[in-house]
Design a protein around this ligand. Structure first.
Ligand SMILES: Cc1cc2nc3c(=O)[nH]c(=O)nc-3n(C[C@H](O)[C@H](O)[C@H](O)COP(=O)(O)OP(=O)(O)OC[C@H]3O[C@@H](n4cnc5c(N)ncnc54)[C@H](O)[C@@H]3O)c2cc1C
Length: 254
């Protein structure tokens, strides 16, 4: 018997962007330069968002910065959650990330959200998805993947994740476990500065796209990270592979 899908086949729900106070609930190290921040609403109210959306945070020092939500939303129809997770890179000389890395649990922040259209539309779920991320560009894609893999769908889902070294492989054990549990999900990390011991893929994400695209055929691509990587990926998709831009969805961090 087919399990009932917890995510109804709605297109995109329009969720109002709300200004609210958040409390920093927990911090964890994800890599030498990336931390996870769990934020919860100060009044306990549920926080509604779509996988792939982001929040604007108002930080000490009078600055604001945008951060993609790294945790999947609660399925529609289930009691809402009052918290979400972010994955944030400490940027050298960056005022926003420095302000965040100086916070300790219990700190309060103002936020505005959810925002953004980097989400998976239901009409795009009939062909495979290739997710391409570098660094904390993985954040919204992690949310999308968790949501997708809870669904009764059969399409192949591939994550091509690029970073420098094994130490930078964010959520590695979680993603390996997801791949072991779901035959339709493939986790393909690629390292640009791999040690000799690394047996996986090497080089930049875009170099692996032609083979994947030839193997999978039509697929929607979700690409997130810094602008340089997105431009490089777009160039391969357009010039080498002739992929129609309607299949390519991007979120730029700079
Ligand atoms: C929609 C959206 C979602 C975002 N989500 C995330 C997220 O989930 N996690 C996250 O860490 N950042 C995210 N960012 C980037 C974030 O908003 C800030 O730009 C970043 O934290 C740098 O701010 P800063 O004040 O520390 O440095 P700034 O002085 O403002 O920036 C300096 C430079 O840092 C570089 N930079 C920006 N983001 C990153 C990054 N993630 N890794 C390495 N270098 C970077 C850029 O080249 C930028 O020009 C997102 C940006 C946007 C627009």
């Amino acid at each position: 018997m087919q399990r009932e899908c917890p995510y109804p086949r709605v297109v995109i729900r329009r969720i109002p962007s709300v200004r609210r106070t958040l409390v920093l609930d927990a911090i964890a190290e994800l890599s030498p330069s990336v931390r996870s921040f769990v934020l919860k609403s100060a009044d306990g109210a549920p926080i509604d968002y779509l996988a792939g959306q982001w929040m604007k945070l108002y930080l000490p020092g009078g600055i604001d910065r945008d951060y993609s939500i790294a945790s999947a939303p609660v399925p529609v129809g289930e009691p809402g959650s009052d918290r979400f997770e972010l994955a944030i890179t400490r940027v050298e000389g960056g005022a926003g990330s420095a302000a965040l890395f100086a916070l300790t649990p219990g700190a309060t922040l103002e936020a505005l959200g959810p925002n953004g259209l980097f989400v998976r539309e239901d009409r795009h779920r009939d062909v495979p998805a290739i997710y391409v991320a570098t660094g904390t560009g993985l954040a919204p894609i992690r949310a999308m993947l968790h949501e997708e893999l809870e669904r009764d769908e059969t399409t192949t889902q591939v994550l091509l994740f690029g970073c420098r070294t094994e130490d930078d492989l964010l959520y590695r054990s979680e993603l390996e476990a997801l791949a072991a549990r779901h035959a339709r999900f493939r986790y393909l990390p690629t390292l640009s500065r791999a040690s000799d011991a690394w047996t996986g893929r090497r080089g930049y994400v875009q170099t692996h796209l032609p083979a994947l695209r030839h193997e999978l055929g039509d697929a929607h691509l979700y690409v997130c990270g810094l602008g340089k990587m997105i431009d490089d990926v777009r160039a391969v998709l357009k010039n080498e592979l002739g992929v129609d831009r309607r299949f390519v969805h991007t979120e730029r961090y700079d």
